[in-house]
Write a protein that binds this ligand. Structure first.
Ligand code: SF4
Ligand code: SF4
Length: 225
């Protein structure tokens, strides 16, 4: 989904805040699923994505992993990614690397629970000094006549202020791990990765409780161990 990005595009990009308007609205993507196929290893899930899937699909993490996700390493951290192994034929066109959640009509079957990276597209996030901005990947969505929409509305995420704080905190945590990863002995890095997987993914969330207190409880518990 966020692949083959020319660095010049990022250097020249215009940055947005959540309350800014950007040309994103694509008429609910009707007739298109281009960004749900052939995305390789770009679609990783953060803990809130997993909470959303567990809540929306009424499945625990182990079941999601068996059916729709796979573990891969990104920047030294083992994380769940969407499986991109569905064979999808629509008319004369067959995709062999479609997202596991595309239905036979080429529509997202989990729209209300889709991960943040899918909600963002064609936006990306850039992080700086403990915060983040959004930028529009001008050449990634080919739908014409996109109209303007407020970014906050496009992301369609409740408790948005809490969400943005969480995103910065999660990024600070993972980028700290990434910095450590290069210098940690292999056994320590493995133990750290197992702890991250256990605390933030395998230990199922209480879907009747708000996500954020659970996340911060786990973050504190992991840091104190
Ligand atoms: S490429 Fe654009 S129009 Fe097509 S599915 Fe993705 S966001 Fe929607
Ligand atoms: S979860 Fe939905 S929106 Fe995201 S890549 Fe899969 S089918 Fe597309």
């Amino acid at each position: 989904m966020i692949r083959n990005i020319d660095i010049n595009e990022l250097e020249n990009a215009k940055y947005y805040d959540a309350n800014d308007m950007a040309r994103l609205e694509s008429n609910e993507c009707s007739g298109c699923h281009a960004c749900c196929c052939g995305t390789g290893d770009t679609l990783n899930l953060d803990p809130y994505d997993v909470y959303r899937l567990e809540t929306g699909l009424s499945k625990d993490f182990k079941t999601l992993l068996a059916e729709h996700l796979e573990l891969r390493v990104a920047d030294g951290i083992i994380m769940p990614f969407l499986k991109m192994d569905k064979k999808l034929t629509i008319g004369d066109v067959t995709e062999n690397d479609a997202c596991t959640f595309l239905n036979d009509e080429g529509r997202c079957s989990i729209h209300a629970s889709r991960p943040a990276i899918c909600r963002l597209f064609p936006l990306g996030r850039v992080y700086e000094e403990g915060s983040h901005k959004y930028w529009l990947m001008e050449n990634e969505c080919h739908k014409e006549n996109r109209t303007k929409i407020k970014i906050k509305k496009w992301l369609d995420t409740p408790d948005f202020a809490k969400y943005e704080t969480y995103i910065d905190d999660w990024h600070a945590f993972t980028s700290g791990i990434t910095r450590q990863a290069a210098s940690l002995p292999e056994d320590q890095l493995k133990a750290l990765n197992m702890a991250i997987l256990q605390y933030f993914y395998f230990l199922d969330y209480d879907t009747n409780r708000d996500f954020y207190p659970q996340f911060y409880e786990r973050l504190e518990a992991l840091k104190s161990n």
